[in-house]
Design a protein around this ligand. Structure first.
Ligand SMILES: C[S@@+](CC[C@H](N)C(=O)[O-])C[C@H]1O[C@@H](n2cnc3c(N)ncnc32)[C@H](O)[C@@H]1O
Ligand code: SF4
Length: 175
């Protein structure tokens, strides 16, 4: 086995408040009582693989599911145990981002947040069965900025039923 050659780590947190109809990822709704056991299992697996990781990684990416739906104490326990990395990203659903959560992520060493916006058109968000509307995306963005994040990305989806190319190029409805 090569020791210490892996410089990128993806960690999956599957818990979601709601299952969006288009989603193909490994997610679970409910089972809130199992966040702690899941994080413990992740950390046990990390120990088994730790020799393969460099001491400091280039990137750590917590994806989901909805990492920011994970019980706050368990998310912090996970972040504290992960290897140091130049870039630590957490995926966040906009409706889960509060000023408190943003500050907590920052304090735990997260320096990049990937927000699942998908679209700024309420009708298309309805098709996707998203819980967050455009205002929630904006609120989340400003909470993250206020907490000191200068690296925020937005996921957008193209190909939603009812979404034409001209609609896509305008991104958000004319006001
Ligand atoms: C797996 S989701 C996790 C992030 C978060 N739960 C959310 O929904 O914003 C990561 C991103 O993958 C994209 N995605 C989800 N389902 C997809 C699908 N079936 N096809 C293409 N992209 C998808 C969305 O843009 C989403 O923001
Ligand atoms: S919130 Fe994200 S991960 Fe969860 S079901 Fe929706 S798209 Fe999938």
């Amino acid at each position: 086995m090569t020791v210490g050659s892996v410089r990128h780590l993806y960690v999956h947190l599957p818990f979601c408040a709601h299952r969006c109809g288009y989603c193909d990822f490994v997610t679970v709704v409910g089972r809130e009582g199992e966040h702690g056991r899941y994080v413990s299992a992740l950390l046990a697996e990390l120990e088994l693989e730790r020799r393969r990781l460099d001491d400091t990684l280039d990137t750590v990416f917590l994806g989901g599911g909805t990492p920011t739906f994970t019980e706050a104490r368990e998310l912090r326990r996970l972040l504290d145990a992960l290897p140091d990395a130049a870039e630590v990203t957490v995926e966040a659903n906009p409706e889960t981002v509060t000023p408190e959560l943003a500050a907590e992520l920052r304090a735990a060493g997260v320096n990049r947040v990937s927000l699942g916006a998908q679209s700024f058109r309420p009708q298309l968000l309805e098709v996707l069965e998203r819980l967050a509307g455009p205002d929630a995306v904006r609120r989340a963005f400003y909470s993250l900025r206020d907490a000191g994040f200068d690296n925020i990305s937005l996921d957008l989806i193209y190909g939603i039923p009812g979404q034409s190319a001209p609609i896509w190029t305008r991104i958000s409805p004319r006001r």
